[in-house]
Design a protein. Structure first.
Length: 467
């Protein structure tokens, strides 16, 4: 059936309104580019608005390693109220706690202020490619199909949708065909912090603590628990293998899980977010299979709330406050770039002259049941992400940023979290602008990385000066 396509033109087109796509679009728009952000869902922000904290923004020493657009969004959150900020988990990491409801406004405000054009409820369903170049993306929404053309495209879809449709090279899973578990974040209000933390001090055998030389390795679990108590935030990770979770699973009160992660989101509402639900080995690019996990995940969430009320002090009178707006996905497709970030790059805290952003999160690979791989970055430090990992191999004018990044499974296990994903997005957006400004629009391999680094630093990105 013949169809008439609408047609529009932009300087930069970003697919995917998660944390990487938001950072990319804001960065490009602030650099003067007419920028379109395409998001299939009902709002932008991705994992920033689910209840997760921002991992990988500080290293284990407590040094900030991501700034720029991320910091601007956090400052807007603080202006609106409810911002909690960095917390030490006395396990492996510092993470940044945010209120997902207020973050919905903060993200939208910063994108609007930058001049980003946002199309929500819109799906990038196809790609037009000529030679080694993408010449258009076909976007489907209720107005029909629109051909969107631009010199530069940024795939921040999470699943590498644009790269896949353009014939890019892909990596997926591992040689066993395993996928990290998907999850559903949920929130509980009315949590009393002091009894929770006192329970941790009295029963430190339940805690995941002291897993890094920079995070309590020289302390006893009880001393780490006391540090959590003194910190005064309801920020606790109960571990698989501890009696609390083990006995809950044995009694049938709790699903098999690697952790119960309790993360503060609102002091005013006495509210926490909980990360504990899981269904492993689902290919989340299969929409039917993904959809069929929803009831399983929500049943797990409801059962977990009952378990926590009955077994964890501070939760006796707590109540269900909300679900994430979407299922959380840890891995699907990864796009092969001109460089593939490796686990060795991450674990050795490798620094490099072509770095366009930093990561610091441990290699974090969730597995089925109660299993999880956690390996810290050397010396409590950070690693540099090279420019070439942003550039899709074999496609002249496509960047990839965020969960679909060019990384092996171990490298991805660290760089998939929000801090480094936002750094990748910011560098992609500014790189797109530089390619256009220097009269080589879309020739991403000709971008002067030294100039890109200089301009990133100028807008607050952190590229040097940390461990």
């Amino acid at each position: 059936m013949a169809q008439t396509l609408n047609q529009v033109n932009y300087d930069v087109v970003v697919t995917g309104g998660g944390c990487a796509g938001v950072a990319a679009a804001i960065s490009a728009a602030k650099a003067g580019m007419r920028t379109l952000l395409i998001e299939a869902g009902s709002m932008i922000g991705g994992e920033l608005i689910t209840g997760l904290p921002i991992d990988g923004a500080l290293n284990a020493r407590g040094e900030w390693v991501v700034g720029g657009v991320m910091k601007e969004i956090l400052e807007e959150h603080a202006r609106l109220g409810g911002y909690i900020g960095p917390i030490n988990d006395w396990r492996l990491i510092w993470y940044v706690c945010i209120d997902p409801e207020i973050m919905k406004l903060a993200v939208a405000n910063v994108a609007r202020r930058a001049g980003v054009h946002v199309w929500m409820y819109s799906f990038a369903e196809d790609v037009v490619r000529q030679g080694d170049e993408i010449t258009g993306v076909v976007v489907l929404n209720k107005k029909g199909r629109t051909l969107v053309q631009a010199p530069v495209y940024i795939d921040a879809s999470g699943d590498g949708d644009i790269a896949m449709r353009a014939g890019g090279q892909l990596m997926i899973s591992n040689d066993k065909g395993e996928f990290q578990p998907i999850t559903m974040l949920f929130r509980i209000s009315g949590v009393e912090t002091e009894p929770l933390l006192r329970f941790c001090v009295e029963h430190p055998e339940n805690l995941a603590v002291g897993e890094s030389e920079w995070m309590g390795a020289d302390l006893t679990p009880k001393q780490c628990a006391q540090n959590l108590y003194d910190q005064g935030q309801p920020a606790v990770f109960f571990k698989a293998g501890g009696p609390l979770i083990t006995q809950g699973i044995e009694r049938g009160e709790l699903q098999e899980t690697a952790l119960i992660g309790i993360i503060p989101v609102s002091k005013e509402r006495k509210e926490v977010s909980v990360n504990t639900t899981r269904v492993a080995n689902i290919d989340a690019t299969d929409s039917v299979a993904l959809s069929q996990t929803f009831n399983t995940l929500t049943d797990q969430a409801w059962r977990s709330i009952a378990f926590m009320r009955n077994n964890i002090p501070g939760f006796e009178n707590a109540y269900f406050a909300g679900l994430s707006h979407r299922i959380g996905i840890r891995e699907t497709r990864r796009v092969v770039g001109e460089y593939v970030l490796t686990g060795e790059d991450v674990l050795s805290a490798r620094k490099r002259d072509d770095g366009i952003g930093k990561g610091s999160h441990h290699v974090d690979i969730h597995q089925d049941g109660t299993k999880q791989v956690r390996i810290p970055v050397a010396d409590g430090g950070s690693y540099d992400m090279p420019y070439d990992m942003l550039v899709a191999k074999g496609i002249r004018n496509l960047y990839v940023a965020g969960r679909c990044m060019s990384a092996d499974r171990e490298g991805h296990g660290s760089a998939r979290v929000m801090g480094p994903c936002m750094a990748q997005g910011e560098a992609s957006g500014l790189g797109a602008a530089l390619s256009i400004r220097t009269n080589r629009p879309g020739d991403l391999r000709s971008v002067d990385v030294g100039m890109l680094r200089s301009e990133l630093k100028g807008q607050g990105a952190i590229l040097d000066g940390t461990h």
